[in-house]
Design a protein around this ligand. Structure first.
Ligand code: PEP
Ligand code: MN
Length: 371
């Protein structure tokens, strides 16, 4: 993540869940509303297990045509009945102002903007305009591609429409490379978003991140360890027969078991021993960080000198052989300390980029490396 977001204006959000804090909140339900029987069945079972919001897609954004695209308005009648008979709040995806208008007509309590819509600022703005004056809580999924600006932009547009109950739904990012996840989580994105918007509510959509059943628990617990307020899971009465996202859906029973195993992590504690120890360790981290930054400064000053010599002797700034040597040395040191090689290579790439930038400034002047 290269970009910095210091210019992003802090926004004020209201808690998304009515009883926010000290517990995990669940958004659960089938990927798609497939029939009245299916909706009623899963809603009743989820309501007796205990969830906060019942979800079901009725306009399904499918990557390719001729897949099941949802039952549209007809299915809103089923959701309305589920709400009346269980008392659950109901949520569905809206991709345009017409969807929103229809959803509100049938008493939908919460809407979400899907990953395929968030990538398009025109669509998000059209929905935001239609949201004006409604105050309906909105879940904003992350865009398909790992572009934090798009996610921020969608949240800003919805917020500017007067909606303060917004939740960021982290559903992972599409990838071309092989991954154990359907949509790798790239946790640093929501972490950065949370730094920018500290009182925004975070929900982890473990189902769309995992894309399969066996990773749901790991992803959900990781999210709770990071302080997310909610977990979003797709639950279907007969997952293998689901008309969409069959591999990642679970039965209400499996959902109940998973829910009972997940551990809620608090943000703070009044245990004095914990607080004192934490304070001591945090001071130690601060000291090490100060040293790290001063060591990096020393390293860059040496790079600067090297840049001066290279400039005078008309030598290319990037020397592949030398760089290879540095990488090999680093990787084996990293291995010695049992660092993840991926971490070492990201760290090194960042150091190298900055080092080249500094050398380029020495050779060509301060405007040479502006991007
Ligand atoms: C969904 O929640 O069913 C859905 C389509 O999700 P996403 O927009 O995250 O792909
Ligand atoms: Mn789905």
């Amino acid at each position: 993540m290269r970009a910095t977001f210091e210019s992003v204006k802090k926004l004020k959000f209201s808690p998304f869940f009515p009883n926010q804090g000290k517990k995990v909140h669940y958004v659960a339900g089938p990927c798609s509303a497939e029939s009245e029987v299916q909706v009623m069945n899963v809603a009743k079972r989820l309501s007796s297990i205990g969830i906060d919001i019942f979800r079901a897609g009725i306009w399904k954004p499918r990557t390719r045509p001729n897949s099941f695209e949802g039952y549209g308005t007809e299915a809103l009648v089923w959701l309305k009945r589920a709400k009346e008979e269980t008392g659950l709040k109901i949520a569905t995806e809206v991709a345009n102002p017409y969807h929103l208008e229809e959803a509100l007509k049938y008493g939908v309590d919460v809407v979400w903007i899907g990953a395929r819509t968030v990538v398009n600022p025109f669509s998000v703005q059209a929905i935001a305009d239609a949201l004006k004056g409604t105050k309906v809580p909105v879940m904003v999924k992350n865009p398909l591609n790992p572009d934090l600006k798009l996610w921020i932009g969608a949240i800003e547009r919805v917020h500017a429409a007067g909606v303060e109950k917004i939740a960021a739904v982290h559903r992972g990012f599409s990838t071309y490379s092989d991954s154990e996840y359907r949509n790798p989580p790239r946790w640093q994105m929501p972490i950065e978003l949370r730094r920018l918007f500290p009182d925004l509510t975070f929900i982890c959509d473990s189902s769309h991140i995992a894309g399969n059943r066996h990773l749901l628990e790991k992803v959900s617990q990781q999210a709770l360890d990071l302080g997310y307020e909610g977990i979003h899971l797709e639950v279907h009465p007969d997952p293998d027969k689901a008309l969409s996202d069959a591999e990642q859906q679970i039965t209400p029973e499996v959902f109940a078991e998973l829910k009972s195993r997940l551990l809620y992590r608090q943000f703070d504690s009044d245990n004095l021993e914990y607080l004192e120890n934490l304070e001591i360790l945090r001071r130690q981290i601060d000291d090490v960080d100060d040293e790290l930054i001063s060591l990096l400064d020393q390293r860059m000053k040496i790079a600067q000198k090297i840049g001066g010599f290279k400039g005078k002797n008309n030598i290319a700034l990037y020397q592949p052989e030398r760089w290879n040597e540095v990488v090999t040395r680093y990787m084996s040191k990293g291995d010695m300390y049992r660092f993840d090689p991926k971490f070492i290579s990201i760290l090194l790439a960042a150091i190298h980029e900055e080092s080249l930038r500094i050398q380029s400034v020495v050779v060509h002047g301060p405007n040479s490396s502006k991007q």
